[in-house]
Ligand binder design. Structure first.
Ligand code: 5CA
Ligand code: ZN
Length: 410
């Protein structure tokens, strides 16, 4: 699939330090330790509706990971998938009388446009499930051959034993896993499964559903094996960061890891599992199924500056669940206007302290609030001295810092 275009990214003087991130699997903030090329996989959208602010917040958190690594001198190999065939997409297409392929294409286009407007750096590999069916089926066949998977009717399930580490990523109790599995697309109650937590690898052909001919018969891939295969084939095992929202901690990331580990006999799938908190509206997680959504494209359509949306979403720690309230956008617009006035002020002081502080704060598990506060302090002191006489002799360093590290164009 085609990715989206990259914004210009200024190179800052010097280099940033190593990025520390909270790892769900170990429960601690640990340094990431990439080689010359840092490798990251971020779970992509299921394109049956437009990008809402929850999606955007999650992708912006991982955009910062990429920016901090680039600033630390790494090349970055970023892979993202598109779940362009799945139950919710097919249901929405049916309910609205739309062809599922056109629906996926339309919403993926909108997502690309939203990400471009928000100045998210694009993935190097943007990979659809539909274009990956063959390689996914080959992996399912390999699991069957090793007796790490079994057939149940026309479907195929993975055993949870294959990896030898099942449960390490999410660290939930068996009871919690069972409950989350039932809530998030699993089928613990299905008769004939060897273990209730076994995950669907391949869904045999059903009447009225799209299917493909493959090494394991007719049908379509299950959810977790998609990301498992797409990530492993592009990045190999033990890549640096597997990312997504906290609702992917279990079962999705646990099973994706387990499938790859079972198949290769290598561990771990990823060296860090990183999860962004949920954005809520009116006390509930913002979700397509609940319908309580604020869309990025709607805000853009209402001429809201995407940089204000970006700043509003970054003004909160990426790991905390947070509410989108009516005051967030006006506050971000005000802050953005101040920063823009400050970088145009002839009184602006040298920005190297701002660069040091923003670098330091982002490297510490993406502490965006403190990074923003550092720019605020600089802007306030600049504007205090400013008699209101502005010109274009902008202090380039702060402008570049805010651009390269926070992704905000002033
Ligand atoms: N296609 C799968 C991943 S392979 C999927 O979960 N798609 S999604 O469209 O439902 O979500 C895309 C990303 O947005 C996921 O990382 C998900 O965790 C995140 N996300 C969904 N809702 C929210 C929310 N309210 N707040 C923050 N992140 C969210
Ligand atoms: Zn995924």
């Amino acid at each position: 699939m085609q990715s989206w275009s990259s914004p210009d990214n200024p190179v800052l003087p010097g280099t940033g330090g190593p990025l520390r991130l909270y790892d769900t699997a170990t429960g601690e903030v640990r340094p990431t330790a990439p080689g010359p090329t840092a490798k990251i996989y971020v779970c992509g959208i299921t394109p049956y509706d437009a990008t809402h602010l929850g999606h955007a917040a999650t992708y912006l958190a991982f955009d910062l990971v990429q920016r901090v690594w680039l600033d630390a001198g790494h090349d970055v190999h970023y892979v993202q998938n598109i779940t362009d065939v799945d139950d919710p997409l097919l249901e929405r297409a049916k309910d609205t009388g739309t062809d599922w392929k056109s629906l996926a294409e339309r919403e993926t286009d909108l997502f690309r446009a939203d990400m471009t407007a928000l100045r998210a750096l694009p993935p190097r590999d943007y990979v659809g499930v539909v274009e990956s069916v063959e390689e996914i089926a080959d992996s399912v066949a390999a699991l069957l051959k090793e007796s790490l998977a079994y057939r149940l009717g026309d479907d195929i399930y993975a055993t949870t034993e294959g990896s030898g580490h099942f449960g390490y990523e999410s660290r939930y109790s068996h009871e919690e896993m069972l409950q989350l599995f039932a809530e998030r697309g699993g089928d613990p109650e299905r008769e004939g499964k060897r273990d209730p937590l076994d995950a669907l690898l391949w869904r045999g052909r059903r009447a009225g559903e799209p299917f493909w001919d493959s090494a394991v018969g007719q049908g379509r891939p299950g959810w977790h094996i998609e990301c498992s295969v797409i990530a492993r084939s592009r990045l190999g095992m033990s890549f640096d960061v597997q990312g997504g929202g906290s609702d992917l901690r279990f079962p999705h990331h646990e099973h994706s890891a387990a499938h790859a580990e079972a198949l290769t006999g290598q561990w771990p799938f990823a060296r860090h599992y990183v999860h962004a908190g949920m954005i809520g509206l009116d006390g509930e997680k913002m979700s397509k199924s609940r319908g309580n959504l604020v869309f990025v494209s709607k805000l853009r359509g209402a001429k809201v500056d995407p940089m204000a949306i970006r700043l509003a979403l970054l003004d909160g720690h990426y790991r905390s669940d947070r509410e989108w309230t009516g005051g967030r956008l006006p506050a971000a617009e005000k802050r953005l206007a101040e920063w823009r006035r400050a970088v145009r002020s002839p009184m602006a002081p040298d920005g190297s302290a701002v660069l040091d502080q923003v670098r330091d704060r982002l490297a510490d598990d993406l502490d965006t609030e403190s990074a923003i506060a550092a720019v605020d302090r600089w802007a306030a002191s600049t504007l205090q001295q400013d008699a209101g006489d502005t010109d274009e002799r902008s202090p380039k360093l702060v402008r570049d810092t805010v651009d390269a590290l926070l992704g905000i164009e002033l």
